[in-house]
Design a protein. Structure first.
Length: 723
């Protein structure tokens, strides 16, 4: 035994480790989470990082973490716990000791469930990890159960606990608000606990997104350095805690937000926490994003590997003023531009309480016979005539007090027994209580009815424009009122699962009053999300930059809107508006007839061009090149096909100050040994000096290209093809 091993056995003794320690290497193609278990002892996390083939490297280097995989409150009381409970006898302690591991496979992923049990109480936690074998993501969650005689109350129940080895870590996360979602914030973690949490109750992506990255030992960098990324697959309130100690080492505790959510767990009931998906890359934040994008496309998003249609959404074009004629015109105009799908937004429903303003009609999902006397059937026929698909907007979790539904079922809303409910949008909006199975049936029925009557509907925009007020459920029993925040989302997911099972080909968009539903809790049931109600092209560069940290371009709905933007009042040229939207899932959000005649041809060609580059943008690898946050006057990003033969590069002028230096546009992700022909696309007047020049991948990445981009609101798209 060498000196190191001798030392190691000393360490083992010190930590009370027996020789029968089992080392579990939970690996993806390029990462490993190393868990160590000794029967009857604490389960430890020893390492998380690049893939390793043997536990010896970790032990021999003296870098093993020896930190608990799921710390419980009670015996050790100083640490921020992952779980805290009160047993029926009032005892507040838990002692979780490793018992055995259950290993299985799900698709191409390996699933590890470490069974921990309390030696005194019949209480069990399974600490679970699912390691994908085609992408570098591990999903982590727990399954909590007991067979005590009476219920046990859970006060804390994190999805996972991740101790980190490095010190001086930097946190990157997205913060925002309505019409300014997804802004990137970065800070060094200092001693203390930093908490990011959400309390909206219904949506969780509007203020802070339930995702983060940690850059180890250095300020965040796009393309280099060790970075851990995580995103919580939950649509309700969440909490992400970063507990940083005196030596600046951080432990992550992530899961459902436990505020006002203590959970009464019945004997034999299994409480499954949502998954926190984690990834690790040595290629900086960009590497983490690409890992998440691949995982999302292959495993998470609905229809993740299919191309998305180019669509026109009626909202900013006509707002609530839908009618047969206007819809017909929009469809016909959009079809002439090369559109593939038309979506009729809010305003089409309600009769006794017609949806003339946003204060009535939600809940009454019947077509407004005054606005649309020939019904949805006629709209579908018109779509067919115009050779495009038809989609429709609903907001099924909500009701207006001015609605027939509310008159019939006042007890279906979220409300306190003895108080008058506070109302939301329009002064009359209320949230339906999705913990109630009858409400779940009703919400499922909205989609089911539409799809049964009109099976040609190919897309649904599912909105949610209110947060949870008036905390209280008429359905939940007295002793389980605190389940509402959780049971609402379990109810929602049940409904979405039923819809997906019955209508597997239906495409859906998750919208939450703009970007409120940007999370992997709901995305398995949606093809895409509406990133923001802000369609201003300049601000969209920031918003789309932000959400692209965790979500792939195919899921980011990005629409060209009116020349004078409705949210910001900014006037931006059509080409710039297209160039920004073409870096995501391109669509339109305006009256197509408002495009001046002399620009219609450009718009038509832009849609055709997008269809050509769509496979690269929607299914390729993304490289963020120059960040708008670096205040260099420009922003730039690119996408490249998996075989590295085809790429699309985007550059935007975002600020134009005299004497401002423009950085060289260095590309990323190309094959250094391939030669690429550069071609400017989507131009009005061709201005790329390098048009049709052939340059090696190596040169494009090392030296880049210098672009004559132009003044404010100028932009450029370059197509690169291997020759
Ligand atoms: C929300 C959505 C918009 C639109 C309106 C309709 O604000 O984010 O896109 O659908 O509702 O009321």
């Amino acid at each position: 035994m060498n000196k190191f091993k001798l030392l190691l056995s000393g360490v083992c003794l010190l930590f009370g480790l027996a020789a029968n320690a089992e080392n579990y290497l939970i690996s993806t193609p390029n990462t490993t989470l190393f868990v160590e278990g000794v029967k009857g002892k604490q389960l430890n996390i020893q390492y998380y990082g690049s893939r390793i083939e043997s536990a010896d490297e970790v032990y021999d280097s003296g870098t093993a973490l020896w930190q608990p995989a799921y710390p419980a409150f009670g015996l050790e009381c100083t640490r921020e716990p992952a779980i805290q409970v009160t047993h029926a006898d009032g005892n507040m302690s838990l002692d979780l000791l490793f018992n055995n591991v259950e290993k299985s496979t799900e698709g191409n992923a390996q699933v590890w469930k470490f069974v921990l049990s309390d030696p005194v109480y019949p209480f069990q936690v399974k600490v679970c990890y699912k390691a994908f074998q085609d992408v570098d993501v591990i999903e982590a969650w727990t399954e909590i159960s007991h067979s005590e005689k009476k219920p046990v109350t859970l006060y804390k129940f994190a999805s996972t606990y991740i101790p980190l080895r490095d010190n001086k870590n930097w946190l990157s996360h997205l913060h925002g608000t309505w019409t300014a979602e997804g802004y990137l914030f970065e800070e060094e973690l200092l001693p203390g606990i930093k908490v990011i949490k959400n309390k909206d109750g219904v949506r969780n992506g509007q203020d802070d997104n339930p995702s983060f990255m940690l850059s180890f030992g250095q300020a965040p960098s796009e393309n280099s350095g060790a970075v851990l990324g995580a995103t919580l697959a939950w649509s309700g309130n969440y909490s992400l805690k970063f507990d940083t100690n005196h030596s600046r080492k951080t432990s992550i505790i992530a899961g459902i937000n436990e505020d006002a959510s203590q959970y009464v767990l019945m004997p034999k009931e299994v409480f499954r926490t949502p998954e926190l998906a984690i990834t690790y890359s040595m290629e900086g934040k960009g590497g983490v994003s690409r890992n998440f994008h691949r995982w999302a496309r292959n495993h998470k998003l609905a229809h993740g590997t299919q191309l998305r249609d180019v669509l026109l959404n009626s909202w900013e074009g006509v707002y609530l003023n839908v009618n047969q004629e206007v819809m017909n015109d929009m469809m016909s105009d959009f079809s002439k531009l090369g559109g593939e799908l038309f979506v009729m937004d809010d305003g089409w429903f309600g009769n006794k309480y017609a949806r003339k303003t946003d204060s009535s009609g939600l809940g009454d999902w019947e077509v407004d016979v005054e606005k649309l006397p020939q019904g949805i059937g006629a709209l579908i026929a018109s779509a067919k005539n115009n050779n495009i698909k038809f989609g429709i907007w609903i907001e099924p979790e909500m009701v207006n007090s001015k609605s027939e539904l509310y008159e019939k079922h006042p007890d279906w809303i979220i409300c306190q027994n003895n108080r008058t409910p506070e109302m939301g949008r329009g002064g009359t909006q209320l949230v339906l209580d999705l913990s109630n199975p009858k409400v779940q049936d009703f919400v499922f029925g909205i989609v089911d009815d539409l799809m049964t009557k009109y099976p040609q509907i190919s897309y649904i925009k599912w909105d949610a424009n209110m947060n949870l007020h008036n905390y209280g459920s008429y359905y939940l029993p007295k002793d389980k009122q605190s389940h509402l925040y959780i049971d609402y989302h379990r109810g929602l997911i049940k409904v979405l699962q039923r819809i997906q099972a019955k209508y597997p080909n239906l495409a859906m968009q998750a919208c939450g009053g703009g970007g409120g539903r940007t999370n992997y809790g709901v995305l398995p049931y949606f093809d895409e999300f509406w990133a923001s109600d802000n369609t201003d092209a300049l601000q969209r560069i920031y918003i789309q930059w932000g959400v692209s940290h965790y979500y792939p371009a195919s899921a980011i709905a990005a629409h060209v809107s009116a020349e004078k933007n409705h949210q910001s009042g900014r006037i931006v040229p059509l080409k710039y508006r297209f160039d920004v939207a073409m870096s995501g899932r391109l669509g339109m959000e305006m009256q197509p007839k408002d495009i001046p005649d002399n620009e219609k041809d450009f718009a038509r060609k832009a849609f055709a061009t997008y269809k050509e580059i769509r496979p690269i943008v929607q299914l390729g690898d993304q490289y963020r090149l120059i960040s708008p946050y670096e205040r260099q006057g420009v922003a730039s990003l690119m996408y490249i096909s998996e075989d590295k033969k085809d790429a699309v590069f985007f550059a935007y002028r975002i600020e134009n100050l005299r004497c401002q230096l423009t950085p060289p546009f260095k590309m990323q992700g190309l094959d250094p040994n391939k030669k690429y022909k550069l071609e400017e696309i989507n131009y009005i007047d061709k201005k790329l000096n390098q048009h049709e020049k052939v340059i090696s991948g190596k040169y494009l990445m090392e030296q880049g290209v210098s672009l004559n981009l132009g003044d404010e609101y100028s932009s450029m798209i370059i197509r690169l093809k291997e020759i």
